[in-house]
Design a binder for this molecule. Structure first.
Ligand code: FAD
Ligand code: SF4
Length: 508
């Protein structure tokens, strides 16, 4: 009997488990563009365009290599506009009794596929270095699931940057070399850009017509949409950017969205590149003496460490993870996250860049927009929905643990041993935002005081009971205790007044 091979929009690899298990001569590959996936959160138009164009190109490549592909376009008259409706329609059309698929990266889709009234064989997604079993075994019996220890396991498992069983360069982690400020440099290389071909042009027109009102600029669109292009983007990164990646990894510049960041996450997350091949190429560049250890190690850690660890946490913690709210935060996400005017130069820059590119690098996500949401006590579910919608690389298995856990501490400390909060000091040290801001990073209270300074202390006081005994935060509480009582009262009152103004819709 014919089987359907369901390939989801982020499984665009000929090596995906379901395709490896299928029979090219007999089975039918099902791929479907559906409104349900485009609108369950309001995705950035560039992200929708990337996924649809990459799917169309991938379907063409499969057909060229001999697969039969039943591809549903978004505007097909018979399209049922949900994944399950399309699978059922295709099962009837082809008289198929069984579906083979690769496990989805989101509980919502896993549950929908499990509920299909058909025989479904779900295969493990083997694009990752750690299987679910690897992660669960590692996590078993541990008091704390800290990434650094997981990462060392992954270095041993892969042999990446290992020399005779020891870490290359004599250390596991070279982060202390990776905290430099960056200076504007017009000659710094940018990630590779691609001119949209006919397929992408058609998708852009479709997205314009069907996803009006979604936050974000669709054009110009220059992301890679095929494996060939993604490989060229990888080559370009290795040649021009990797060497400088480490030093400026945490830096932010108003006039440079990318610095030496790779912008490879969308391609790995879609399946156009495999994380292992990316890391192998980086390790080769280090072995050839082309890049320093702090860049090679820092980059590989992001992938076999953080990326794999986040996926492990998402599946280990279960479907309720995205709804956690350990700190009980309940304020609505303010309009400034959707581009409303703000006087905070750092927030304005991060949001404007997100709107234009659907991209912000890690420190902008963590220490600017994430930090502000946490300090301001925003409902983490709304923060999660924002990150899931606005970024080009956002898929729930990786976005949710980063947002709910790492950035918002809403999991109560599963991922982070302390909340990632900071006053203006950090942003001022690591960026050039503050020099062009209406607020003053050095002013703690009163006229011109930076909101991050006010909210920082208000956050610590709001959660004093929870964090005061945390050894990594004790120093901050001691500083607060030493502060003059009048100043402390002023800070808290001004923080409250700031939040009231923000919630009332005033420009802050
Ligand atoms: P680079 O800085 O060049 O890093 C190289 C690669 O390492 C990335 O391509 C990515 O695959 C991986 N990586 C780095 N940090 C992480 C991390 N913390 N978790 C997982 N992988 C990592 N990443 C996503 O892929 N999708 C998301 O939806 C996402 N949401 C995030 C939300 C928040 C609140 C935060 C703080 C981080 C989020 N990240 C997410 C992680 C990180 O910000 C992005 O992976 C990175 O910015 C992608 O850009 P890049 O390819 O230029 O990364
Ligand atoms: Fe952001 Fe404060 Fe610096 Fe302004 S002064 S850019 S609000 S940290």
């Amino acid at each position: 009997m014919r089987r359907l091979v369901l390939v989801l929009g982020d499984q665009l690899s000929e090596q995906i488990a379901a395709l490896k298990a299928a029979d090219k001569a007999r089975d039918v590959v099902v791929m479907a563009e559906v409104m349900e996936e485009g609108t369950y959160v309001r995705h950035h138009p560039k992200k929708i365009a990337l996924v649809l164009s990459a799917m169309r190109h991938f379907a063409q490549a499969l057909e060229q290599s001999g697969w039969t592909v039943a591809y549903s376009r978004l505007d097909d008259a018979q399209n049922g506009q949900s994944l399950c409706a399309e699978v059922l329609r295709r099962a009837e059309e082809f008289g198929a009794g069984k579906v083979i698929t690769t496990r989805a990266g989101e509980w919502r889709v896993i549950e929908a596929i499990d509920a299909l009234p058909l025989e479904v064989e779900v295969l493990e997604d083997d694009r990752f270095i750690a299987t679910h079993r690897d992660f669960d075994l590692w996590a078993e019996g541990r008091k704390a699931l800290r990434m650094e220890y997981f990462y060392r396991e992954m270095r041993r498992k892969t042999g990446l940057l290992m020399e005779e069983g020891e870490p290359a360069g004599g250390q596991w982690n070279f982060d202390h070399d990776n905290r430099k400020r960056a200076e504007p440099d017009l000659l710094r290389a940018k990630p590779m850009e691609f001119t949209p071909d006919e397929v992408t042009q058609e998708v852009l027109t479709l997205v314009e017509a069907r996803f009006r009102g979604h936050f974000g600029q669709l054009r110009p669109f220059s992301y890679a949409v095929t494996r060939g292009q993604a490989l060229r983007a990888l080559d370009h990164f290795l040649r021009y950017q990797l060497a400088g990646f480490g030093e400026t990894q945490d830096a932010m510049l108003a006039g440079d969205a990318f610095l030496n960041h790779a912008v490879l996450s969308p391609y790995m997350n879609l399946g156009l590149l495999s994380p292992r091949e990316v890391c192998d190429r980086v390790a080769e560049a280090y072995a050839a003496g082309e890049v320093p250890i702090n860049s090679a190690e820092g980059f590989i850690r992001q992938i076999i460490g953080w990326r794999e660890y986040m996926r492990g946490i998402y599946f280990h913690e279960g479907p309720d993870y995205v709804r956690r709210n350990a700190l009980g935060h309940s304020r609505d996400l303010p309009p400034l996250y959707w581009g409303a005017k703000t006087d905070m130069a750092c927030m304005q820059a991060a949001v404007a860049q997100t709107k234009a590119l659907a991209y912000a690098h890690h420190i902008q996500r963590l220490m600017v927009t994430g930090n502000f949401a946490l300090l301001a006590g925003i409902d983490p579910a709304q923060v999660h929905e924002w990150y899931l919608g606005v970024y080009i690389d956002a898929f729930e298995w990786v976005e949710a643990p980063n947002t709910v856990g790492m950035s918002q501490f809403a999991d109560g400390g599963v991922i982070a041993s302390k909340p990632y909060v900071s006053s203006a000091n950090y942003i001022n040290k690591m960026s050039d935002y503050c020099s062009g801001c209406a607020y003053d990073a050095r002013v703690k209270t009163g006229a011109g005081a930076c909101p991050f300074n006010l909210l920082y202390w208000a956050f610590l006081m709001r959660h004093e009971e929870r964090f005061k005994s945390n050894p990594r935060m004790a120093q901050m509480y001691r500083t607060w205790d030493r502060m003059e009582a009048g100043k402390r009262a002023d800070i808290l009152a001004q923080a409250e007044a700031f939040l009231d103004r923000m919630c009332a819709g005033e420009t802050v």
